[in-house]
Design a protein around this ligand. Structure first.
Ligand code: F0G
Length: 463
């Protein structure tokens, strides 16, 4: 499809360079493992031209809005629509796109009432083509992989990255290699990778073990690394923040809460906010906070026990398998954005995650367990006085409800915490459970069930 793109005089994409986040070394090309050739730390993408000749903020805003009327593939993408703030492909028609981004910003009226925060929103990245936020980064990084001439792309994953990578590889005519921890990812995500034709390897290790192996593999085999260590991924994921601010008419919310796993997403969103302020697109920064599961709380411990100076790794364990990560690769980038935006780093329990997930589900939108840490985290940050009820809050929901149907079914059937240390505590969640009923196929049985449910009331009612 080659519709003409909207013409916008004076706007163009800038040349990008790579900069080491630790020693500041600059380069025009990245090494195979996307690590600094001098000190082996992570790279970030910078746009040197922005300091001298920044694109005009108002021109950018009106051009991005105008592109929503265009039928060209890259304008229809909620990522490439913001291409002035992204690395430039040699030929932008060569972007591998599935119309990613363009995700809704929902109000959460019931959660707003129960938390006492009237201006509460959810940016639902689970509404992307493969049902997670990963697609926004994948369209950029996979496109650069193809442009660089690679045949194979690869990732280590807790499930969503692999589903997304497999889809974009398939669309772009590339082959994909998936390394996932055996038995520790949801079959829903695994089935996506299979359907999109990935070579899928379930390794007898955890996510951290898969990522370690991948980092060695890319130095030995001609495969292109598509984890969020790859800075092109983070450039694409920046567009979440651009799109969010556009949806809020460029009025920054007071708080943005993001789940933290490998810590690429928080880093990308933070980078976008800092760049937006630098370019005059927003006047002030929201506080960007990261929420982790208690059982996978490496960043929380890094901040509390080491003041953000060295990584405190953990042996990760949580039913929110997407964020079951103990050795997050982008921890330094995350510390930087927490400090730059004044955000908090908090952890929530398995019970709190399950409760928050059910509450978001009861809003009619739903999300996967890892996303629900944001609502659970909000409740804690409110209690601590870090978030004030009169402030506006955006929760980033990273994955779709259907990404982990086992968790939802076990929750509603009352099996989620059976035989675990949380079993007795989980009794408090009973009012949120809606187990399926098996009835005789008679009118009477259904009417009786209806009447009973009506009498017992509903925590879902608007009250
Ligand atoms: N939420 C979901 C649904 C995820 O899949 C992930 C990460 C995160 C949050 C955390 O984001 O790693 O950028 O801090 N999933 C990766 C994967 C690790 O392989 O799918 P992060």
């Amino acid at each position: 499809m080659s519709h003409p793109t909207t013409s916008e005089p004076g706007l163009r994409q800038s040349t990008h360079r790579f900069r080491c986040i630790a020693c500041g070394d600059l380069s025009d090309a990245a090494s195979l493992d996307f690590r600094c050739s001098r000190c082996a730390d992570l790279l970030e993408i910078i746009y040197p031209a922005w300091t001298s000749a920044s694109p005009a903020a108002e021109d950018l805003k009106s051009s991005w809005r105008q592109r929503r009327l265009s039928n060209s593939a890259i304008d229809l993408s909620g990522v490439w629509r913001f291409r002035e703030l992204l690395p430039a492909l040699q030929n932008s028609d060569q972007a591998i796109t599935l119309r990613e981004g363009n995700t809704p910003l929902y109000e959460l009226p019931q959660c707003a009432r129960s938390t006492g925060v009237p201006r509460l929103y959810a940016k639902h990245q689970g509404m992307n083509p493969t049902s997670s936020f990963k697609d926004t980064g994948m369209t950029v990084a996979a496109s650069f992989a193809r442009e660089a001439g690679y045949r194979w792309v690869a990732c280590a994953s807790t499930g969503n990255t692999s589903a997304s990578m497999a889809a974009y590889a398939a669309r772009g005519g590339l082959r994909s290699l998936v390394l996932v921890p055996e038995g520790k990812i949801s079959w829903s995500k695994l089935s996506q990778a299979l359907d999109y034709g990935a070579l899928t390897c379930q390794l007898r290790t955890d996510f951290d073990g898969c990522l370690r192996l991948l980092q060695q593999l890319v130095l030995r085999a001609p495969v292109y690394q598509l984890n969020s260590i790859n800075p092109f991924r983070l450039e694409g994921q920046k567009t979440l923040a651009l799109e969010l601010l556009e949806q809020l008419d460029w009025q920054p919310p007071d708080h943005i809460l993001v789940p933290g796993g490998n810590l690429g997403n928080i880093s990308a969103i933070g980078k976008a906010l800092l760049e937006m302020r630098g370019l005059g697109l927003i006047a002030r920064l929201p506080k960007l906070s990261v929420i982790q599961a208690e059982g996978a709380n490496a960043l929380v411990r890094t901040m509390r026990e080491a003041g953000g100076k060295r990584l405190v790794s953990v042996q990760a364990e949580t039913r929110a398998t997407a964020i079951r990560i103990g050795n997050p690769a982008s921890w330094k980038k995350a510390v930087h954005v927490l400090e730059a935006t004044g955000g908090a780093c908090e952890q929530v329990s398995e019970i709190e995650i399950a409760q928050a997930k059910a509450e978001i589900g009861a809003e009619g939108i739903g999300c996967e367990p890892a996303s629900a840490v944001t609502l659970a985290g909000l409740k804690k940050l409110l209690k601590q006085g870090f978030v004030k009820p009169e402030e506006s809050v955006v929760l980033v929901l990273t994955g779709n409800l259907l990404k982990d149907p086992d968790f939802t079914m076990e929750f509603h059937r009352g099996d989620l915490f059976r035989g675990t240390a949380h079993e007795s505590e989980s009794a408090a969640l009973k009012p949120l459970r809606r187990p399926p009923m098996v009835l005789d196929a008679t009118l009477e049985a259904v009417i009786q069930a209806l009447e009973q449910a009506d009498k017992s009331g509903s925590t879902h009612s608007n009250g």
